[in-house]
Write a protein that binds this ligand. Sequence first.
Ligand code: MN
Length: 423
Amino acid sequence: MIAANNPNLNSWVQIPENSDFPIQNLPFGIFSTKKLSPRVGVALGEKIIDLNALGELGYLKDLDIPTDAFRNSVLNNMMGHSKLAIRDLRQRISDLFVDTNSELQTNTDHHSSILIEQHDAFMHLPIKVGDYTDFYSSEQHAYNVGCMFRDPNNALLPNWKHIPVGYHGRASSIIVSGTDIHRPKGQQIPPNETQPVFGPSRLLDFELEMAFITFDGKPLGQNISTAEADDYIFGMCLFNDWSARDIQKWEYVPLGPFLGKSFASSISPWIVTLDALEPFRVSGPDQAPKVLPYLQYKEEKHLDIKLEVAISSSDFDEHVVSRSNYKYMYWNMNQQLAHHTINGCNINCGDIMASGTISGPEEGSYGSMLEISWKGTRPVRMPDGTERKFIADGDSVIMRGYSSNDKLRIGFGEVKTKVLPTI
Ligand code: MN
């Protein structure tokens, strides 16, 4: 076990019960305040540990990451110092804030410059995203979509159980929680018509996903095996992969998703390290037919992460529309990364790879309005009596996630995005 993951550790910083950010989590993000420029922070309870202040006050000596890596508006520079260096950093932070260590605890003069209230901070997009890849790795989601648009008896395409299907997305429009989006415009075919019209998307949807962020990979031409994949994954965040279903439906043949997807994807601001998630490893589904050798893997590579999606608006408080779990993935991250690089494609520090919409086995656990409303045939009633088939202007979509067992809860916080009318 990684020492910092010990569930018996307590911090001298007060952590509210059921906090997403106990001392065993220590996720990384970028924050600023009225006085402080954007910099690297670590969430602890309701506080943020300012790593730049921690370094400048001499608490991060003997580590392989110089303090100027924390005086930075993205995490990429810090991540460039290797997974082992970040593991040592996380361990050092754990040691400094555990209640049995007095080193920083008794230096009360330093507390106010190191510990920032989260409610005084503004969270930034934590990564300079290089490339963004979106997979399609939930069997229930692929099955549901196949039932709706093709044939329930033949819902999965022939390649689906052989390949972690994916496409290359758009990195420039990845935004952090709290950033509003405008309803996208585009070409679409209205119901019962055959010719396209241009206008605001009528079928704006969320996709409940998780994403992982990579370290630098290997040189072009080499591949990363399923056994090696963990070493190339920094951490994970919540990912709302917005979709304009009507634009997407008209454009996607033959080359796949384009403008129906590229207008925005929203991420949560805290990146939870893969190390912190280790206690929540679970086994995945039996894969039949047997996958090709380069996609086979050993040990437990899936993760038990409870997920939920809520909608709110000015007329009603948050209303949960889905409860799912990341463990329902058919293909795990190790297989996704092995497949992504098997042709020699290189990955870089700061690439984001999203899971694809995560749908659980039963109704109530579907990860998109497309499935929840079954293509608009089963509207969902909101607390104010209005109905939703898809997302309306003024709605906010909120996704939350956490892993838990009887000793520990490791959370992701939330990703919340408000939809404004078309510009
Ligand atoms: Mn997606």
